[in-house]
Design a protein around this ligand. Structure first.
Ligand SMILES: [Zn+2]
Length: 172
């Protein structure tokens, strides 16, 4: 699975996670996907989410239904393809046990890790292209996308393609 992150979505990840830091941020991924690839066109923050330092809760059903109806009427080429949230602790880029309970197959789950940077780093992929990291202002970010095709499989990191971010320098 390859996950393409478009420019709008990339900026929204950064902005929405910085806005509520050190609390966690949560939102929907809007785009399109088939078996081999997903395109994240927009990342829409949940206004109804209640944020805590160690997790986020939101009325998933109501929020999903309202957004699905809106997309049907106004942007029928797009749908909800998954969700994203931030993790604000170092070394915490994987979905927690609680995260995984809410995750299902054939959806995309992006975790944006954000914490205070130690030094500046231009944006780049890790070796196998599954993690995208870099700094902006005071913050270090690491973006990973988790999915699985079959219910019995473990969630795995998908390859990320975000040409807009690679090489971007968020220097202060
Ligand atoms: Zn989490």
């Amino acid at each position: 699975m390859k996950v393409y992150i478009l420019e709008n979505a990339f900026w929204n990840f950064l902005l929405s996670c910085i806005e509520v830091y050190p609390q966690e941020c949560l939102g929907l991924l809007i785009g399109s996907h088939d078996k081999n690839k997903a395109v994240v066109s927009h990342a829409v923050v949940f206004q109804s989410a209640e944020r805590y330092k160690a997790g986020v809760h939101f009325p998933r059903e109501t929020a999903h239904n309202n957004v699905i109806e809106f997309l049907d009427q106004c942007l029928p080429h797009l749908k909800i393809i998954g969700d994203f949230h931030s993790h604000t602790r170092e070394a915490d880029y994987r979905p927690s046990g609680e995260d995984q309970e809410g995750m299902v197959e054939n959806q995309v789950y992006i975790i944006v890790q954000i914490y205070k940077k130690k030094k500046s780093q231009p944006w780049r992929y890790n070796k196998d292209g599954t993690l995208l990291s870099g700094t902006v202002g005071d913050f270090y970010f690491k973006i990973g996308s988790w999915c699985k095709v079959l219910p019995a499989e473990p969630f795995k990191l998908a390859e990320i393609v975000c040409p807009f971010a690679a090489g971007f320098r968020g220097v202060k």
